[in-house]
Design a protein around this ligand. Sequence first.
Ligand SMILES: [Zn+2]
Length: 256
Amino acid sequence: MSSFRARDLERVASAVAAAESLLFITGAGISAPSGIPTYRGIGGLYNDADPEEGLSIEEALSGEMLRRRPEITWRYIHQIEKASRGKTFNRGHELIALAEQRCSRVWVLTQNVDGFHKKAGSRNVIDIHGDIHELRCTGCDGCSTVDDYRELAPLPMCSSCGEVVRPEVVLFGELLPFEKVELMRKELKRGFDVVFSVGTTSVFPYIMEPVVDAGRRGKLTVEINPGRTTLSDDVDVRLAEGAVTALEDGLSRLLL
Ligand SMILES: [Zn+2]
């Protein structure tokens, strides 16, 4: 262990132990050890254009395509789900859930649509891009939850009203869900003593802003990501490594 890393971790661990509130902002990097591909797309889960249709992924996975030709959008959604099928949360998600039991106020703001934070036991989760396991009818708004998509038709239709069913995820060209944005605003306004950015390249303004805001308030900001990101120069501590080890060490004193 380099002395720099030891010093940085000491700073993180002592701030976390003294903190009354923690925010974890997470992206694809935290689910990578679970075997979830870190592609771009909704929740960072898709990467390919469709050679048959000549469509970009932004077009195929858009709200507009879902309305016009839902069978195309659903073909991609099925592929995304298949890539995460049978996979589950890892030690990184578990550590964040444990932190919630030891610190009075802990929130998770995640870009991921895999639902792993909730499965690992975190209760205060804002899954800003949704959860692929939650479905909603575009006709009657009826909601349901599925473990995996094997039971679904290629183009799932509502059994009550016959309209197309969709996953509760934010497609390209769609707005972020209002209630989640409001909840995020409310919690950010209260502020957090330590803010972690874990496994995300922070390309979205609403993912960057909480870190920038915490810095402005003089709170400790920590980035955990193997590669450099748009935030790397702005954080107090940068741990250029995988999520699990860094969280294990950074939260060590809280989780003793
Ligand atoms: Zn319906």
